[in-house]
Design a protein around this ligand. Structure first.
Ligand code: PMP
Ligand code: GLN
Length: 379
């Protein structure tokens, strides 16, 4: 058949994890922990399976989970969404993003993305007939140039998609960025999707700035999160989004025919977890900062230049002193010859990205990080 996405292949995450397996390399490429989530969560899943919670969940998500999400949002961002009309549980953040984009983007609409940008946004926009408009963020700070942003706005701009903490750059938005975004779009009819899957993995003193803490922007925004990141269970594929009732109603129309509903016992287990152990997500920054610092310290004697990491579980390193290969070739070489798999940054950019930057995932046991660093120090 004629392809609807002719320029798209298999994701870099699938490619690099397969290559890592082929070469038995230490896999710091695709972002997932090499350790399990909390035992309590596992036990609650088993409990709900054993107690008959094995049929379809409500389309919008299990009530107790939506309420726990609303309470958590109120506590963290000073705004309580309505658990019934504003919170929707999805099959991971990936589905939330797809449902929100599909609900909002019409043929010919322009959508602004910040490059490097997560790989799932553009295909969803294009399948809806939208046009991706990209702003290139420049290393090492990857901060948004708000003048360039303003210049990209047009009468066809329908949506802005941002991600903070940002995968892959590991930088975070400040409240001032949200203020700048609001000033730029307030006179226009533009929606916002804020991908905040790493909301609990932020290392800055100010902490995570959520779109939900911005009283005006949140009236037009879909905030997306993922329990996979927060509870070290990426394979559970449970995420959610928070949006005003009118927007939620639209994205639920898509959600109900994309998945209809999400794994029932996992939702019940996550609701128990949020209620019983809120300390888990509060302790997450310290938990991941320690891993980040183990990797950073172990790489001190390498010829890799380490970039600042304010959030996410990814660390960028510049390998200019090591190789002249481009980043894709370098990652292939690194996996096959050195035994460490990483992600090249250029794959997150539509325009040529000439920098020699690769992404290392530190959601790993310390022994894994030390072993990988020992190989990288030899470069
Ligand atoms: N957005 C970003 C920025 C991500 O890094 C990821 C996953 N790594 C997702 C969305 C998708 O999350 P999920 O696994 O819950 O679908
Ligand atoms: N988001 C994860 C990453 O950035 C990968 C998720 C996936 O493989 N789709 O590594």
């Amino acid at each position: 058949p004629q392809s609807k996405l002719p320029n798209l292949g298999t994701t870099i995450f699938t490619q690099m994890s397969a290559l890592a397996q082929q070469h038995q390399a230490i896999n710091l490429s695709q972002g997932f922990p090499d350790f399990d989530g909390p035992l309590f969560l596992q036990e609650r899943l088993a409990y709900h399976v054993a107690h008959g919670a094995n049929q379809y969940a409500p389309m919008t998500g299990v009530q107790s989970l939506r309420e726990a999400i609303a309470d958590k949002t109120a506590e963290l961002y000073g705004y309580k969404p309505d658990a019934n009309s504003d919170v929707t549980v999805t099959a991971g953040a990936t589905e939330a993003l797809y449902a929100a984009i599909t609900a909002l983007v019409r043929p010919g609409d322009e959508v602004i993305c910040f490059d490097p940008s997560y790989d799932s946004y553009a295909p969803a926009i294009e399948l809806s007939g939208g046009v991706v408009k990209r702003i290139a963020l420049q290393p090492p700070s990857f901060r948004v140039d708000w003048q360039a942003f303003g210049a990209l706005l047009s009468d066809r701009t329908r949506l802005v998609i941002l991600n903070t903490p940002h995968n892959p750059s590991a930088t975070v938005w400040h409240h001032a960025d949200f203020d700048a975004l609001w000033r730029a779009i307030k006179e226009r009819d533009i929606f916002v999707i804020s991908d905040e899957v790493y909301e609990h993995i932020c290392f800055t003193e100010q902490g995570h700035a959520s779109v939900l803490a911005h009283p005006q922007l949140r009236e037009r925004a879909v905030a997306v999160s993922s329990f996979g990141k927060t509870y070290h269970m990426t394979g559970w594929k449970v995420g959610y989004c928070v949006a005003p009732a009118a927007i939620s109603a639209e994205l639920r129309k898509v959600h109900q025919y994309l998945t209809f509903s999400v794994n029932t016992p996992a939702q019940l287990a996550l609701a128990d977890m949020l209620r019983e152990d809120p300390a888990h997500y509060r302790d997450l920054p310290a938990f991941y900062q320690k891993k980040r610092d183990v990797l950073v310290n172990a790489l001190r004697d390498s010829r890799l230049e380490i970039l600042p990491c304010e959030g996410t579980y990814f660390l960028l390193v510049d390998y200019s002193a090591v190789s002249t290969l481009n980043d894709v070739e370098f990652c292939q070489w690194l996996t096959a010859e050195v035994g460490v798999a990483a992600i090249p940054l250029s794959v997150f950019c539509a325009d040529p990205f000439p920098h020699k930057l690769i992404r290392l995932c530190f959601a790993k046991q310390e022994s894994t990080l030390i072993a990988a660093a020992a190989r990288l120090v030899s470069l």
